[in-house]
Design a binder for this molecule. Structure first.
Ligand code: FAD
Length: 495
């Protein structure tokens, strides 16, 4: 399946070939030849991210090794008005790293060093191409870790995490990327080095660090990140609760939080996701259940014991048919292994799947799960749900077969409808995967024209020529007026 956005010219288009050759020559005046990929077979692997339905071959791929080289590349592209799309590991799920056909992909993969680890200051300074998990692995020797833990953490980079404001299982208690980053060095569209944030808890002026985090590579190129490290909790235990009704499991989530308990993670999987994960990993999940909740509690032994008892009682009262408590670290890891492998597991039961990402207030969980099933049936498609229930961050996985005529279109229509449902109940169209190219239409539902104008004003303050990741994140007014005229779903406007 492939959908080119926007319709691109062929790789061997004579005009493109000429500008490719000329730009490659200019880049190679200060970069080694092998750091500039120009042949079709070399650039093809960069044509999409994890949302492979959108593909576009870039003009060139450039792999700098240090900040000085990144700055030189940016200066050259700025002088020549060449668009630049930054790329980490390419695991993004909203098409954020989708290349621009007439621009370069700037891969930060070679900037992959942990520059400093300061256990006494509880921080690490890392380059953008460092993998998320590598930070916790390096910090483990000091009893520390980096809390935001996307399920893709084995592969995704901290530069990508910053761009998407990534979350994960433990973000309910410990916060998203934005809550765990202290400072950033970035290279601007014009090639200047800019520092945001610092080690102090507050700073004067606008909070540009918070503004930058989640800006999807549209405001600058991240070249260094200072992250907060946390002491590993002395003990963690996980509970696995089975339910014979999805709505009851959804309601139990709200009850746990309402009781004043803040789990380290509170995740939910429905029947299709449970069975797919069990077939794949054999985590010992109850395959007859309509839904399971995984609830992790951490702290001192006494704190964890008291919380486990309270949550067990709450779950039983909420209608759980079975509650298991992990007896040791091996069992806790096994409970989580099924959840962490759920996306690839679902990939085994369907030729294609489309992972949506929206956030709702927790109290709306039962209603939204019921409406999701109804909408899936209306679109004649199956959905597996596996998500960060405690945060209200939904990930409906729409199962489809792109080779069947019309299924991709129905899938996209269902996906759009599900995101708009999130807005209807007071939520948002993304929880952690970003807008990219995927959710430009739904941005027009979430925000008014006046609000979108402010987004554009911020973009042009950082990048007046519009060279950084063009066409992503924020829709143009024209695109919104076209989207609003589409016949399909009702477009409820909040404003
Ligand atoms: C199986 C699977 C599970 C996932 N689970 C989660 C999850 O639990 N939570 C979650 O939040 N996400 C999850 N994701 C999505 C994805 O892993 C995250 O969005 C991740 O942060 C992307 O990092 P990356 O290095 O792959 O970035 P890329 O995909 O390469 O890029 C993502 C965006 O960041 C920009 N970018 C990358 N590096 C830089 C830089 N140095 N400077 C400026 N901009 C940059 C790109 O232009 C693009 O817009 C999952 C993905 C997969 C495939």
């Amino acid at each position: 399946m492939s959908r080119i956005q926007p319709p691109g010219r062929p790789f061997d288009d004579p005009e493109l070939c000429a500008s490719r050759a000329e730009l490659a020559r200019a880049l190679r005046t200060f970069l080694p030849a092998e750091a500039v990929l120009a042949r079709e077979e070399e650039v093809r692997p960069y044509e999409c991210d994890g949302l492979s339905v959108y593909r576009q071959t870039p003009l060139l791929v450039v792999l700098p090794r240090d900040v000085a080289e990144v700055r030189q590349v940016m200066r050259l592209c700025h002088q020549r008005r060449v668009p630049v799309v930054a790329r980490g590991a390419g695991t993004g799920l909203s098409g954020g790293a989708l290349p621009c056909g007439e621009g370069i992909v700037l891969s930060l993969a070679r900037l992959d060093r942990i520059l400093a680890l300061e256990p006494e200051a509880l921080l690490a300074r890392v380059q953008p191409g460092v993998r998320n998990l590598a930070i916790s692995e390096a910090a483990a020797a000091h009893g520390l870790y980096y809390a935001p833990d996307p399920s893709s953490q084995i592969a995704c980079t901290i530069g990508g995490n910053v761009a998407e404001n990534s979350g994960g299982v433990h973000c309910l208690k410990y916060g998203l990327t934005v809550h765990n980053v202290l400072a950033i060095k970035l290279v601007s569209a014009a090639g200047e080095l800019i520092e945001l944030g610092g080690e102090a808890l507050d700073g004067p002026g606008y909070d540009l660090l918070a503004l930058y985090i989640g800006s999807e590579g549209m405001l600058g190129i991240t070249v260094e990140v200072t992250v907060r490290l946390l002491p590993r909790p002395p003990l963690a235990r996980a509970l696995l609760a089975a339910f014979d009704d999805v709505g009851r499991a959804g309601a139990a989530v709200g009850e746990i939080i309402a009781a004043g308990i803040l789990p380290a993670g509170l995740e939910m999987m429905d029947g299709p996701a449970i069975r797919a994960a069990e077939d794949f990993i054999g985590a010992g999940y109850p395959v007859e259940a309509a839904a399971i909740l995984l609830c992790e509690l951490d702290g001192t032994e006494a704190e964890v014991a008291a919380q486990v008892e309270a949550v067990e009682t709450l779950l039983a009262r909420a209608g759980a048919t079975e509650v298991r408590v992990s007896r040791d670290e091996t069992e806790r890891a096994r409970f989580w292994q099924g959840r962490k492998s759920a996306f690839p597991a679902v990939g085994r039961i369907s030729p294609d799947y489309y992972c949506m990402d929206g956030t709702i207030p927790r109290r709306a969980l039962p209603e939204v799960l019921r409406r999701t099933a109804e909408l899936a049936a209306e679109h004649d498609l199956a959905v597996a749900n596996v998500f960060h229930a405690g945060d209200g961050n939904l990930h409906p996985l729409i199962l489809f077969d792109a080779n069947r005529p019309g299924e991709l279109e129905r899938t996209e229509a269902l996906g759009a409808r599900l995101l708009e449902l999130c807005v209807e109940v007071g939520g948002t169209i993304t929880g952690e995967h970003g807008v990219g190219v995927e959710k430009l239409g739904q941005m027009c539902v979430q925000f008014s024209a006046r609000e979108l104008a402010q987004f554009h004003a911020v973009k042009s303050a950082f990048d007046p020529a519009g060279l950084l990741n063009p066409g992503k994140g924020v829709p143009t007014p024209r695109r919104c007026s076209e989207y609003r005229q589409l016949p399909s779903p009702a477009h409820p406007h909040r404003h």
